[in-house]
Each structure stands twice: as structure tokens, then as C-alpha cells.
Design a protein around this ligand. Sequence first.
Ligand SMILES: *[C@@H]1O[C@H](CO)[C@@H](O)[C@H](O)[C@H]1NC(C)=O
Ligand SMILES: *[C@@H]1O[C@H](CO)[C@@H](O)[C@H](O)[C@H]1NC(C)=O
Length: 395
Amino acid sequence: MAPTIFLLLAIFSIVESTVGEGGGLKLELIHHRLSLDNVSPMAAKSQIWPETSQFIVKIAIGTPPTKVHAILDTGSDLFWAQCRPCVKCYRQTNPIYDPSKSSTFQTLSCKSPQCHLWGSGAACSGTDTCKYGYGYGSGSTLGELATEKMAITSRSGATTSFLGVVFGCGHNNSGTFNANEMGLIGFGRGAVSFVSQIGPSVGGRKFSLCLMPYNTDPRISSSLSIGSGSEVKGPGVITAQLVRTSDQTSYSLTLKGISVEKTFVPYSTSGPPAKGNAILDTGTPPTLLPKELYGRLATEVRRHIPLKPIDDTLCYKGNLGNLVITLHFDGHVDLRLSTAQTFNKMPDGSFCFTAMGVDDKDALIGNSMMSNFLVGYDIDNMTVSFKPTDCTKIG
Ligand SMILES: *[C@@H]1O[C@H](CO)[C@@H](O)[C@H](O)[C@H]1NC(C)=O
Ligand SMILES: *[C@@H]1O[C@H](CO)[C@@H](O)[C@H](O)[C@H]1NC(C)=O
């Protein structure tokens, strides 16, 4: 099923103009840090997080173009943006995209193959337009699926345009989005994801990104590469085979356990972990672990840090030292994390652990723990590669 969909998209999504980039694209990736009163829905999954961070990419939609700043999310597929007329739009600093002013906007009818790319997500009832609905922890976006011209400006200054990209024109958007976030851009594995759509035109369905650690100066940006040239290779690269699960969107690996220094904490105390039990999600700041695993891990973290935690938390005031925490994935993929990745400095000066326990049997690796790795996602080859990198220096 998937390859058929992929072929359809390859035909519909046409590159209009490319200015010598060797096929691939490299664009700026911006880091937003937000305080609690205006967190995004992704972050709101974790209510105790006092501050949060998201990574933003800029894309121009329509003719003439409207600039959209969207949250980069490997945990979902659909690209959606706030769209006029608003049934309900949250406050947004930049003008809201108005399709009636764009000559390249086209709604999708229920009969169009693109309407069905999104599986059960799209619905056709009553009218002839293809509707979508997307829910998050504490918010939702509802609207219609449409096609539009999208333009990406590379760091070199060259602009590449894509025609007929499927996206969600969001008329009813709620949740606690920040006014600078105009939508969300899905980089999942699914057929409707932005990278699946434009990948075939730029050298393959693959991309790489380097996320800055939480406490990075917000003026420092990083890069997102899409297509050819985005491969992560060379000395020190660790490559993992992604696990195919029933979920067509996620980048899933099998997390066997987590070490605190030399103490191994197994994922489960009752047998081997389920295949594909951990997903990589750039749209969620903290790492979310099953409560029971988190409890065992927290005990080890407390045992290894020679400071008194603040109340019941894993927050500390003072010098944490060089605690090394290692994520052990299947296939001898061991990611060594330093305290820059496992503890965030809070506004009050304390350092808080970047993982938390949730009521779920699976794990989600959030964007803090993936920072300072150049991470290459390759959908065609079903691999993900990690290269330890100072992401504040790759500009
Ligand atoms: C907008 O979305 C909210 C949340 O899903 C829903 O409760 C409400 O009925 C929607 N409003 C309209 C006019 O469709
Ligand atoms: C991905 O797969 C293609 C075709 O199967 C192969 O030529 C290429 O070397 C692979 N790339 C990587 C980085 O493994």
C-alpha cells in the first residue's frame, strides 16, 4: 500500500524551480524557548514542565507567498497552518495565511487520491471537500486538506518551490500554541508528511537535523537538511535500523534499557521489551517513560548525584558533575548522554531531569535528549543515524 501512495505523491508534487543545490535543501532551524503560560500542545502533554522548547522551520505558502513558522515534528505527518477564514484561531503574531488571496491554493475533493493518503485521518461527510482533524494532548486543529505551492529558502539564499503539496488549512485551531508558532510541520514516515512529499524531488525521503541543547542562546540557529546531502556518515556515526510497527508515522527503535554510569536499568523487569517500544519525537521536549521504568531510573539517578533533590523531583541546585546516562537500543546502538542533554537549566537556576514518567507502556524520546546529535532520518532505507555533534557550531 505505502509504495503506491508514494508514487502518486511523486507525481503530484512537482519542483517548480531549483537553484543549483545539488538536489538537496539546507534550511535554518530556529530554537524557541517558551515559558509555561504559552506552551504548545506537544509540551502540554507534560504539565510539570516549567519551560519548554520547540524547533521551528520557516516555509512560504502560496502565491504571493505568506511566511509560516512551523514546529518541526517527527512524531506526526501532517503539515498544517492556521488558515482564514478562522472559525477559531489562536493569537498569532504574523498575518494568518489567507487562501482566498493565493492563486495556487486548491482544496481537495473527496474523490481525489490525496484525500485518502492520510488514511483514517481525513473524512468526507456532507460536502465535497476533504476534511481533516488532528488532536494533541491539549488542543486540536480542524480544517480542510488542500494543495498549495510551498517555497523553501536555503541557507545559501536559493529558493526552491514545490507545487501541489498537500497540507491542512486549519480553520479551527485550539490549544495553547505560542503566537510565533503558525502551525506544525510533520516530518513523520507517512505518505502525507512533508518529507515524504518533497523527498523524491530532492534526492530521497531523508533529512537530518541537529538540535541545540535547551540552554543555547536563542540567537544561535542550526540546520535542517532535506534530500541528498543530508546523509549522516563518517567516524563516530551510529546507525540503527528502524522497526516497522503498525504505526506508519513514527520512527521507532527498541529501547532495551538505560544506564546511569555503569548501572544498567532494564526497560522491563518482566522479560524482553516489545519491538519498537520507543519513538523519536522532536515535537515533544521531555522524554516520556513508562512510570515503572521511570521510578527505577530515578532511584539510580538520585543514587549517583551527590546533591539533595528539590522535594520529590529530579531537580537539583548546584553542580551535577559529569553524570553519563546511556540509552541502549537494539543492535548495539548506545547513545551516551551528558548532563547538557539530560538536565535543563530552569529559570530559577535549578537543573531538572529531562525525562518523566507517564501512563504508557512505550517510551518517547523527546527533543532534549536528542540535542547535540546530528540525527539523520532515512525513510527509504528505514534507518536513523546519530553523530555526536556540537549543534551550536554547525550553523
Ligand atoms: C472547533 O473545534 C472544537 C474542538 O474540537 C469543537 O469543540 C468545536 O465544535 C469546533 N467549532 C466549530 C464551529 O466547528
Ligand atoms: C540507502 O539505500 C540505497 C538503495 O537501496 C543505497 O544505495 C544507499 O547506499 C543507502 N544509503 C545508506 C546511507 O545506507
